[in-house]
Design a protein around this ligand. Structure first.
Ligand SMILES: Nc1nc2c(c(=O)[nH]1)N[C@@H](CN(C=O)c1ccc(C(=O)N[C@@H](CCC(=O)O)C(=O)O)cc1)CN2
Length: 287
Protein backbone atom coordinates (compact mmCIF):
# COMPACT_ATOMS: atom_id res chain seq x y z
CA UNK A 1 0.00 0.00 0.00
CA UNK A 2 1.42 3.47 -0.88
CA UNK A 3 1.72 5.65 2.19
CA UNK A 4 -0.18 8.44 0.43
CA UNK A 5 -1.94 10.80 2.84
CA UNK A 6 -4.74 11.09 0.29
CA UNK A 7 -7.72 8.72 0.18
CA UNK A 8 -7.12 5.87 -2.28
CA UNK A 9 -9.60 4.64 -4.87
CA UNK A 10 -9.36 1.17 -6.36
CA UNK A 11 -9.99 0.50 -10.04
CA UNK A 12 -9.86 -2.48 -12.38
CA UNK A 13 -8.56 -1.91 -15.91
CA UNK A 14 -9.41 -4.47 -18.58
CA UNK A 15 -8.16 -4.22 -22.13
CA UNK A 16 -7.55 -6.11 -25.35
CA UNK A 17 -5.75 -5.23 -28.56
CA UNK A 18 -3.62 -6.74 -31.30
CA UNK A 19 -0.64 -8.40 -29.62
CA UNK A 20 2.68 -6.54 -30.06
CA UNK A 21 5.74 -5.65 -27.99
CA UNK A 22 5.55 -2.81 -25.48
CA UNK A 23 1.90 -3.01 -24.34
CA UNK A 24 2.60 -3.84 -20.66
CA UNK A 25 5.38 -1.23 -20.52
CA UNK A 26 3.11 1.48 -21.96
CA UNK A 27 0.18 0.63 -19.68
CA UNK A 28 2.36 0.45 -16.57
CA UNK A 29 3.94 3.79 -17.48
CA UNK A 30 0.55 5.48 -17.80
CA UNK A 31 -0.55 4.06 -14.46
CA UNK A 32 2.62 5.26 -12.73
CA UNK A 33 2.08 8.72 -14.24
CA UNK A 34 -1.38 8.67 -12.66
CA UNK A 35 0.14 7.85 -9.28
CA UNK A 36 -1.22 4.30 -9.27
CA UNK A 37 -0.02 1.41 -7.15
CA UNK A 38 -0.61 -1.82 -9.11
CA UNK A 39 -1.99 -4.45 -6.74
CA UNK A 40 -2.67 -7.24 -9.27
CA UNK A 41 -1.79 -7.68 -12.94
CA UNK A 42 -2.42 -10.49 -15.41
CA UNK A 43 -1.99 -10.64 -19.19
CA UNK A 44 -2.19 -13.17 -21.99
CA UNK A 45 -1.36 -13.13 -25.67
CA UNK A 46 -3.59 -15.55 -27.62
CA UNK A 47 -1.51 -17.33 -30.29
CA UNK A 48 -4.70 -18.40 -32.06
CA UNK A 49 -6.26 -14.95 -32.45
CA UNK A 50 -3.15 -12.74 -32.08
CA UNK A 51 -5.05 -10.77 -29.46
CA UNK A 52 -3.53 -9.52 -26.21
CA UNK A 53 -5.60 -9.38 -23.03
CA UNK A 54 -4.81 -7.65 -19.72
CA UNK A 55 -6.44 -7.06 -16.35
CA UNK A 56 -4.84 -4.70 -13.84
CA UNK A 57 -6.03 -3.90 -10.31
CA UNK A 58 -4.72 -0.68 -8.83
CA UNK A 59 -5.20 1.93 -6.16
CA UNK A 60 -4.60 5.64 -6.59
CA UNK A 61 -5.35 8.99 -5.05
CA UNK A 62 -5.95 10.31 -8.54
CA UNK A 63 -9.47 10.91 -9.85
CA UNK A 64 -10.95 8.59 -12.50
CA UNK A 65 -10.71 11.42 -15.07
CA UNK A 66 -6.97 11.88 -14.44
CA UNK A 67 -6.41 8.14 -14.80
CA UNK A 68 -8.44 8.01 -18.02
CA UNK A 69 -6.45 10.97 -19.35
CA UNK A 70 -3.22 9.01 -18.89
CA UNK A 71 -4.64 5.82 -20.38
CA UNK A 72 -6.47 7.25 -23.40
CA UNK A 73 -3.41 8.04 -25.55
CA UNK A 74 -1.94 4.60 -24.86
CA UNK A 75 -5.25 2.99 -25.78
CA UNK A 76 -5.36 4.96 -29.02
CA UNK A 77 -1.78 4.14 -29.89
CA UNK A 78 -2.36 0.40 -29.52
CA UNK A 79 -5.95 0.34 -30.81
CA UNK A 80 -7.24 -1.01 -27.51
CA UNK A 81 -10.72 -1.93 -26.42
CA UNK A 82 -10.61 -0.96 -22.76
CA UNK A 83 -12.72 -0.29 -19.69
CA UNK A 84 -12.00 1.16 -16.26
CA UNK A 85 -14.20 -0.36 -13.55
CA UNK A 86 -14.74 0.75 -9.94
CA UNK A 87 -13.19 -2.13 -7.99
CA UNK A 88 -15.72 -3.73 -5.66
CA UNK A 89 -18.77 -1.96 -7.15
CA UNK A 90 -21.49 -4.66 -7.04
CA UNK A 91 -22.84 -5.68 -10.46
CA UNK A 92 -26.59 -4.94 -10.76
CA UNK A 93 -27.83 -8.46 -11.48
CA UNK A 94 -31.22 -9.81 -12.61
CA UNK A 95 -31.74 -13.52 -11.96
CA UNK A 96 -34.03 -15.56 -14.21
CA UNK A 97 -35.29 -18.91 -12.94
CA UNK A 98 -38.08 -21.39 -13.66
CA UNK A 99 -39.01 -24.08 -11.05
CA UNK A 100 -35.62 -25.43 -9.80
CA UNK A 101 -34.47 -23.49 -6.72
CA UNK A 102 -30.90 -24.69 -6.10
CA UNK A 103 -28.95 -22.31 -8.35
CA UNK A 104 -31.05 -19.29 -7.37
CA UNK A 105 -30.72 -20.23 -3.69
CA UNK A 106 -26.92 -20.50 -3.94
CA UNK A 107 -26.64 -17.06 -5.58
CA UNK A 108 -28.93 -15.43 -2.99
CA UNK A 109 -27.06 -17.03 -0.08
CA UNK A 110 -23.60 -16.13 -1.38
CA UNK A 111 -24.71 -12.55 -2.11
CA UNK A 112 -26.23 -12.19 1.36
CA UNK A 113 -23.06 -13.69 2.85
CA UNK A 114 -20.99 -10.94 1.20
CA UNK A 115 -18.88 -13.31 -0.92
CA UNK A 116 -20.53 -12.42 -4.24
CA UNK A 117 -20.00 -8.78 -5.41
CA UNK A 118 -23.46 -8.34 -6.92
CA UNK A 119 -26.73 -6.68 -5.96
CA UNK A 120 -30.01 -8.29 -6.97
CA UNK A 121 -32.80 -5.72 -7.52
CA UNK A 122 -35.21 -8.33 -8.91
CA UNK A 123 -35.90 -11.95 -9.80
CA UNK A 124 -37.94 -12.99 -12.87
CA UNK A 125 -39.56 -16.39 -13.38
CA UNK A 126 -41.92 -17.96 -15.89
CA UNK A 127 -43.47 -19.88 -12.98
CA UNK A 128 -44.54 -18.97 -9.41
CA UNK A 129 -42.84 -21.76 -7.40
CA UNK A 130 -39.87 -19.56 -6.42
CA UNK A 131 -41.84 -16.53 -5.19
CA UNK A 132 -41.49 -17.61 -1.54
CA UNK A 133 -37.71 -17.95 -1.84
CA UNK A 134 -37.51 -14.43 -3.30
CA UNK A 135 -39.73 -13.14 -0.50
CA UNK A 136 -37.50 -14.83 2.08
CA UNK A 137 -34.60 -12.74 0.81
CA UNK A 138 -36.79 -9.63 0.42
CA UNK A 139 -36.24 -9.40 -3.36
CA UNK A 140 -39.02 -8.27 -5.75
CA UNK A 141 -40.35 -11.24 -7.78
CA UNK A 142 -41.75 -10.80 -11.28
CA UNK A 143 -43.85 -13.67 -12.68
CA UNK A 144 -43.60 -13.48 -16.50
CA UNK A 145 -45.24 -16.59 -17.97
CA UNK A 146 -44.00 -17.72 -21.39
CA UNK A 147 -46.03 -19.64 -23.99
CA UNK A 148 -45.32 -20.00 -27.72
CA UNK A 149 -47.90 -17.22 -28.33
CA UNK A 150 -46.62 -14.86 -25.64
CA UNK A 151 -42.82 -15.25 -26.06
CA UNK A 152 -42.37 -11.76 -27.64
CA UNK A 153 -44.54 -9.99 -25.07
CA UNK A 154 -42.77 -11.89 -22.29
CA UNK A 155 -39.39 -10.74 -23.59
CA UNK A 156 -40.61 -7.13 -23.77
CA UNK A 157 -41.70 -7.41 -20.12
CA UNK A 158 -38.23 -8.77 -19.32
CA UNK A 159 -36.62 -5.83 -21.16
CA UNK A 160 -38.72 -3.46 -19.04
CA UNK A 161 -37.41 -5.01 -15.81
CA UNK A 162 -33.83 -4.79 -17.14
CA UNK A 163 -34.28 -1.10 -17.99
CA UNK A 164 -36.17 -0.24 -14.79
CA UNK A 165 -33.35 -1.58 -12.61
CA UNK A 166 -30.43 -0.52 -14.82
CA UNK A 167 -29.34 -4.18 -14.95
CA UNK A 168 -25.70 -4.87 -15.84
CA UNK A 169 -25.79 -8.69 -15.69
CA UNK A 170 -28.53 -11.26 -16.38
CA UNK A 171 -28.08 -14.71 -14.83
CA UNK A 172 -30.12 -17.68 -16.11
CA UNK A 173 -30.26 -19.85 -13.00
CA UNK A 174 -31.96 -22.90 -14.55
CA UNK A 175 -34.27 -20.70 -16.61
CA UNK A 176 -35.86 -23.12 -19.03
CA UNK A 177 -36.85 -20.77 -21.82
CA UNK A 178 -34.80 -20.06 -24.96
CA UNK A 179 -33.99 -16.34 -25.39
CA UNK A 180 -34.56 -14.88 -28.84
CA UNK A 181 -31.71 -13.82 -31.13
CA UNK A 182 -32.70 -10.19 -30.59
CA UNK A 183 -32.51 -10.39 -26.80
CA UNK A 184 -29.25 -12.32 -27.00
CA UNK A 185 -27.74 -9.56 -29.16
CA UNK A 186 -28.81 -6.96 -26.57
CA UNK A 187 -27.17 -9.00 -23.78
CA UNK A 188 -23.87 -10.00 -25.45
CA UNK A 189 -21.23 -10.71 -22.79
CA UNK A 190 -23.61 -9.91 -19.90
CA UNK A 191 -25.96 -12.91 -19.75
CA UNK A 192 -24.66 -16.07 -18.06
CA UNK A 193 -26.44 -19.46 -18.21
CA UNK A 194 -25.85 -22.65 -16.26
CA UNK A 195 -26.23 -25.79 -18.38
CA UNK A 196 -26.55 -28.99 -16.40
CA UNK A 197 -24.01 -31.01 -18.38
CA UNK A 198 -20.27 -31.03 -19.12
CA UNK A 199 -20.51 -29.25 -22.48
CA UNK A 200 -20.22 -29.91 -25.35
CA UNK A 201 -21.88 -33.17 -24.31
CA UNK A 202 -25.63 -33.39 -23.85
CA UNK A 203 -26.92 -30.00 -25.06
CA UNK A 204 -30.58 -29.05 -24.78
CA UNK A 205 -33.24 -30.27 -22.40
CA UNK A 206 -32.93 -33.30 -20.03
CA UNK A 207 -29.09 -33.61 -20.19
CA UNK A 208 -28.92 -35.90 -17.13
CA UNK A 209 -31.20 -38.42 -18.82
CA UNK A 210 -29.11 -38.19 -21.98
CA UNK A 211 -25.97 -38.81 -19.86
CA UNK A 212 -27.55 -41.73 -18.02
CA UNK A 213 -28.57 -43.37 -21.28
CA UNK A 214 -25.00 -42.93 -22.57
CA UNK A 215 -23.58 -44.52 -19.40
CA UNK A 216 -21.08 -41.78 -18.53
CA UNK A 217 -18.86 -42.01 -15.42
CA UNK A 218 -18.58 -38.27 -14.96
CA UNK A 219 -21.40 -35.70 -15.03
CA UNK A 220 -21.01 -31.96 -14.70
CA UNK A 221 -22.19 -28.43 -15.22
CA UNK A 222 -21.14 -25.58 -17.49
CA UNK A 223 -21.54 -21.84 -16.98
CA UNK A 224 -21.39 -19.96 -20.28
CA UNK A 225 -22.37 -16.67 -21.86
CA UNK A 226 -25.73 -16.89 -23.66
CA UNK A 227 -25.75 -16.85 -27.46
CA UNK A 228 -28.57 -17.47 -29.95
CA UNK A 229 -27.16 -20.97 -30.54
CA UNK A 230 -28.39 -23.06 -27.60
CA UNK A 231 -25.63 -24.06 -25.14
CA UNK A 232 -22.91 -22.91 -27.59
CA UNK A 233 -21.84 -19.70 -25.81
CA UNK A 234 -18.27 -18.98 -24.56
CA UNK A 235 -17.57 -21.15 -21.53
CA UNK A 236 -16.62 -19.40 -18.25
CA UNK A 237 -16.47 -22.31 -15.77
CA UNK A 238 -17.06 -26.07 -15.66
CA UNK A 239 -17.04 -28.71 -12.94
CA UNK A 240 -17.49 -32.49 -12.98
CA UNK A 241 -18.32 -35.19 -10.43
CA UNK A 242 -17.98 -38.97 -10.59
CA UNK A 243 -21.01 -41.22 -10.94
CA UNK A 244 -21.33 -44.96 -11.56
CA UNK A 245 -23.55 -47.67 -13.02
CA UNK A 246 -25.59 -47.94 -9.84
CA UNK A 247 -26.95 -44.38 -10.10
CA UNK A 248 -30.32 -43.65 -11.70
CA UNK A 249 -30.99 -40.62 -13.89
CA UNK A 250 -32.94 -39.14 -11.00
CA UNK A 251 -29.88 -39.57 -8.77
CA UNK A 252 -27.79 -37.83 -11.44
CA UNK A 253 -30.18 -34.87 -11.14
CA UNK A 254 -29.74 -34.81 -7.35
CA UNK A 255 -25.94 -35.23 -7.48
CA UNK A 256 -25.66 -32.46 -10.06
CA UNK A 257 -27.46 -29.78 -8.05
CA UNK A 258 -24.51 -28.74 -5.89
CA UNK A 259 -22.16 -28.85 -8.90
CA UNK A 260 -24.50 -26.54 -10.85
CA UNK A 261 -24.79 -24.10 -7.93
CA UNK A 262 -21.04 -23.88 -7.37
CA UNK A 263 -20.25 -23.59 -11.07
CA UNK A 264 -22.73 -20.79 -11.75
CA UNK A 265 -21.85 -18.82 -8.60
CA UNK A 266 -18.13 -19.04 -9.42
CA UNK A 267 -18.73 -17.82 -12.97
CA UNK A 268 -20.88 -14.92 -11.73
CA UNK A 269 -18.18 -13.97 -9.20
CA UNK A 270 -15.43 -13.92 -11.83
CA UNK A 271 -17.61 -11.91 -14.21
CA UNK A 272 -18.54 -9.39 -11.47
CA UNK A 273 -14.83 -8.99 -10.60
CA UNK A 274 -14.09 -8.22 -14.27
CA UNK A 275 -11.89 -11.35 -14.52
CA UNK A 276 -13.55 -12.71 -17.71
CA UNK A 277 -12.69 -11.34 -21.16
CA UNK A 278 -14.11 -12.60 -24.45
CA UNK A 279 -11.72 -14.03 -27.05
CA UNK A 280 -14.05 -14.75 -29.96
CA UNK A 281 -16.05 -17.86 -29.01
CA UNK A 282 -13.89 -18.49 -25.96
CA UNK A 283 -13.07 -16.73 -22.71
CA UNK A 284 -9.91 -15.60 -21.00
CA UNK A 285 -10.35 -15.96 -17.21
CA UNK A 286 -7.85 -14.08 -15.02
CA UNK A 287 -8.67 -15.80 -11.72
N1 LIG B 1 -30.60 -18.16 -26.57
C1 LIG B 1 -30.38 -19.02 -25.54
N2 LIG B 1 -31.31 -19.15 -24.60
C2 LIG B 1 -31.08 -19.98 -23.56
C3 LIG B 1 -29.90 -20.74 -23.49
C4 LIG B 1 -28.90 -20.54 -24.50
O1 LIG B 1 -27.81 -21.15 -24.48
N3 LIG B 1 -29.20 -19.66 -25.50
N4 LIG B 1 -29.72 -21.68 -22.49
C5 LIG B 1 -30.96 -22.08 -21.86
C6 LIG B 1 -30.89 -23.06 -20.76
N5 LIG B 1 -31.05 -24.42 -21.25
C7 LIG B 1 -30.03 -25.25 -21.07
O2 LIG B 1 -29.06 -24.92 -20.39
C8 LIG B 1 -32.25 -24.82 -21.92
C9 LIG B 1 -33.42 -24.26 -21.58
C10 LIG B 1 -34.59 -24.63 -22.26
C11 LIG B 1 -34.58 -25.55 -23.24
C12 LIG B 1 -35.84 -25.89 -23.95
O3 LIG B 1 -35.87 -26.74 -24.78
N6 LIG B 1 -36.93 -25.12 -23.61
C13 LIG B 1 -38.20 -25.27 -24.27
C14 LIG B 1 -39.32 -25.10 -23.26
C15 LIG B 1 -39.12 -25.96 -22.04
C16 LIG B 1 -40.15 -25.67 -20.96
O4 LIG B 1 -41.01 -24.85 -21.16
O5 LIG B 1 -39.95 -26.24 -19.88
C17 LIG B 1 -38.40 -24.09 -25.21
O6 LIG B 1 -37.90 -23.00 -24.85
O7 LIG B 1 -39.10 -24.30 -26.20
C18 LIG B 1 -33.37 -26.10 -23.59
C19 LIG B 1 -32.20 -25.75 -22.92
C20 LIG B 1 -31.75 -20.89 -21.43
N7 LIG B 1 -32.03 -20.10 -22.58
Amino acid sequence: MTDSPFPQTSFILTLSCADQPGIVHAVAGALVNAGCNITESQQYGSPDTGTFFMRVAMSTAAARTALEAQLAPVATAFGMTWALHDDGAPARTLILASKAAHCLNDLLFQQRSGTLPIEIPAIVSNHTELADLAAFYGIPFHHIPVTPDTREAAEDALRAVIAEHNIELVVLARYMQILSDGLCSELVGRAINIHHSFLPSFKGARPYHQAHTRGVKLIGATAHYVTPALDEGPIIEQEVIRVDHARSAEQFVAIGRDVEGRTLTQAVQWHAEHRVLLDGGRTIVFN
